[in-house]
Design a protein around this ligand. Structure first.
Ligand code: NAI
Ligand code: MG
Length: 326
């Protein structure tokens, strides 16, 4: 093979259910943004497991490691007790320690920065009939790097909120202390909040938050709360960042209840593609996608989950049309 190496090599994992439908939309929007991408399709997930008995292999991981980043749809969890989550494995293999989830609508503009590799999701568990334990691990280095990422994001914004449960969990005292130390070093204005109070305050006054940094499980839950507040899972993108790799995905799952009907909301996947462009340094192109998506939604062009009546294809077409015009 000859020819010029396209600017960025992106592993494209469409996955299962609505995954392929919304990733198709994201790819159309990238094409309309005149982005030179080298796409490497990688087939992972439940469909793959049904066909071959494996949801993902070491070769797949190697293929992905040969790329700059991953654009990921969603995967269905197979009914297999020995199944190890594809996403958890990828987050670990690529050391994607920072899960960044922006949420905005009207006056609400907040970012949840979730630690992605430790906390309750270590997989260190001991289960028998009478007793089951899960080991929650918080390290200084793990807390430090997520706090730094949060401070970096807050430095161009307003204020950091450290969310924890240190009144009960000793492990969270370490998290809180480390985040405070890091915010002091960065001279970032911050407050801290217990996770239950944070859940309450998010519901009654989401516009008061700016950047939230928290541990794995709390971030998982609070980000679904935030998604509900701004109008639904279908709208929300995310970035999973490490030092070397990144993975961009809508926060929703494979939505088997609506898969194949052509009505999945493509906005979360399209915004994930915009986050990917921003990560590449294509800030202006990312911004244009955001504007096109907002204008489309503001014009009432929406899928049924948002109370609209358009298909995935029609909403995508509207965004693409605006991009071609701009
Ligand atoms: P889900 O996010 O797939 O669906 C929850 C609800 O939101 C459903 O009613 C669905 O129709 C709706 N929804 C989700 N995405 C939508 C979209 N783009 N447009 C319109 N409506 C949308 O979560 P659920 O049902 O808990 O999980 C289904 C499968 O997805 C499971 O196998 C689960 O393990 C997997 N999953 C995968 C994730 C990933 O790959 N990142 C994340 C979450 C779940
Ligand atoms: Mg979740």
């Amino acid at each position: 093979m000859s020819g010029r190496r396209a600017e960025k090599r992106v592993a494209v994992v469409k996955g299962d259910g609505v995954g392929p439908e919304v990733i198709e939309s994201a790819l159309l929007v990238l094409e309309a943004s005149s982005i030179d991408l080298d796409q490497v399709p990688v087939d992972l997930g439940f469909g793959r497991w049904e066909r071959t008995g494996k949801a993902m292999t070491e070769e797949d991981v190697d293929l992905i490691k040969g790329c700059d980043c991953v654009l990921f749809g969603a995967v269905t969890t197979p009914p297999d007790p020995d199944y190890r989550s594809v996403l958890l494995t990828l987050r670990k293999e690529l050391d994607l320690y920072a899960n960044i989830r922006p949420f905005y609508k009207g006056k609400i503009d907040l970012v949840i920065v979730r630690e992605n590799t430790e906390g309750m999701y270590t997989g260190i568990e001991d289960v028998d009939e009478a007793r089951a334990t899960t080991l929650r691990v918080i390290t200084r280095s793990g807390s430090e790097r997520i706090a730094e990422k949060a401070c970096q994001i807050t430095s161009s914004r307003r204020k950091l909120t450290i969310v924890h449960k240190s009144n009960v969990l000793k492990s969270d005292s370490l998290f809180l202390r480390t985040c405070r130390d890091t915010a002091d070093l960065w001279s970032i204005p911050y407050q801290d909040m217990l996770v239950d109070a944070a859940a309450y305050n998010l519901v009654i006054g989401p516009e008061k938050f700016d950047v939230i940094v928290t541990t794995n499980l709390f971030g998982d839950i609070l980000s679904d709360v935030a998604a509900g507040i701004i109008g639904g899972l279908g709208l929300c993108p995310s970035a999973n960042l490490g030092e070397r790799y990144a993975l961009f995905e809508p926060i929703h799952g494979s939505a088997p209840d609506i898969a194949g009907k052509g009505v999945a909301n493509p906005v979360g996947a399209i915004r994930s593609a915009a986050m990917m462009l921003e990560w590449f340094g294509e800030v202006e192109k990312a911004r244009r996608i955001e504007v096109a998506v907002n204008d489309t939604l503001n014009a009432g062009l929406k899928t049924p989950d948002l109370g609209g009546y358009l298909t995935t294809e029609e909403v995508t077409g509207a965004v693409v049309k605006l991009l071609r015009r701009s």
